[in-house]
Design a protein around this ligand. Structure first.
Ligand SMILES: Nc1nc2c(c(=O)[nH]1)N[C@H]1C(S)=C(S)[C@@H](COP(=O)(O)O)O[C@H]1N2
Ligand SMILES: [Mo]
Length: 304
């Protein structure tokens, strides 16, 4: 199956390390456009001026937020290696036709894993570009059979104190929880990632499977998921529970709405070096064309 979102990339995204992935994506994108399509046609006007390029494997796997393994940026790489990720099952419950405990390999058997190179913007105002391998969340929800009265999807991360030194601290109320509105969850940009650079996703990045919602601040992209619940009520989410004034349910990337303690207008690209200029943060992290319609008529300064 072709990558429908190849057009979120520019030619400038291609680095030697990622070149093989990009070439395959561009070929797939061109094929999807049909005989009249061109490779150039898969580059969006919005991105064509950007000088983005994917971060290196070392940057992506060495600078992380995963508080179950500690609050320092290098704690997850240091401490997450001990996490047992096989076997792994995900409980899917709530408003679904087929609730149950699904072995991960059964749940995703037959579903398409795609390469998606996405911007990733943490609420702390740093960013990366990450070449994920993942499955559209919608495809996974279809296995469970979402009922028509469901309005939200709630997610929970594993809590395993014997392997997660960070959960001894009360820095968050475990399990780590996140949630999306159903239209956000079934949007084609929303994926469940199982890989990076074509390799299994490392533990510190959320093995064996984590959410990626590229137009929202990074904390929405919950790691190492063990439970997915369909519900008709807005779910509780960890950072909103910890500080509702600073972290809302939506948490869409928005350069025009500052965090109460810092500006969100610009960001520091990891790997750019000590003297690199900060970059302008893009509305919806650069995915405005794809997602803005979901928030039509909403006051984005109110619904943070
Ligand atoms: N379970 C869990 N998921 C989590 C976090 C966490 O602490 N625990 N941190 C979030 C935050 S703040 C960010 S920025 C991203 C970081 O993802 P990365 O380490 O793969 O870059 O993971 C998010 N998902
Ligand atoms: Mo974050």
């Amino acid at each position: 199956m072709a990558n429908r979102w190849t057009n979120t990339l520019s030619w400038n995204d291609v680095t030697p390390e990622a070149a093989f992935l990009n070439r395959r994506q561009l070929i797939a994108g061109a094929a999807a456009l049909g005989a009249a399509g061109s490779i150039a046609g898969s580059v969006s006007a919005q991105d064509s001026g950007d000088a983005l390029e994917p971060n290196t494997w070392e940057e992506i796997t060495g600078y992380n937020n995963y508080y179950e393994f500690g609050t320092g940026k290098e704690d997850p790489a240091r401490n997450a290696g001990q996490l047992t990720t096989q076997p792994w099952s995900i409980k899917i419950d709530g408003m679904v036709d087929n609730p149950g405990d699904y072995a991960l390999e059964d749940l995703i058997a037959g579903l398409t894993v795609e390469e998606r190179i996405y911007r990733f913007r943490c609420v702390e105002a740093w960013s990366m570009v990450i070449p994920w391998n993942g499955i559209e969340l919608k495809d996974i929800l279809d296995v469970a059979g979402v009922q028509s009265d469901a309005k939200y999807v709630a997610f929970e991360t594993l809590v395993r104190p014997s392997e997660m030194p960070g959960v001894a601290s009360r820095v968050l109320d475990w399990p780590y929880r996140e949630g999306l509105r159903l239209d956000e969850a079934t949007h084609p940009l929303t994926i469940m990632a199982t890989g990076i650079y074509g390799r299994d996703i490392p533990n510190q990045n959320g093995a064996p499977i984590r959410l990626v919602v590229p137009w929202k601040y990074g904390f929405k992209s919950i790691k190492s998921i063990v439970r997915i619940t369909l519900t008709d009520e807005e779910p509780q989410t960890s950072w909103n529970m910890a500080n509702a004034r600073e972290y809302g349910f939506f948490s869409n990337v928005n350069p025009n709405v500052d965090h109460p303690r810092w500006s969100q207008a610009t960001e520091r690209r990891i790997g750019g070096g000590l003297f690199a200029a900060r970059q302008d943060t893009l509305m919806f992290n650069g995915y405005e064309d794809e997602v803005a319609a979901m928030y039509d008529g909403m006051d984005l300064a109110e619904f943070i």
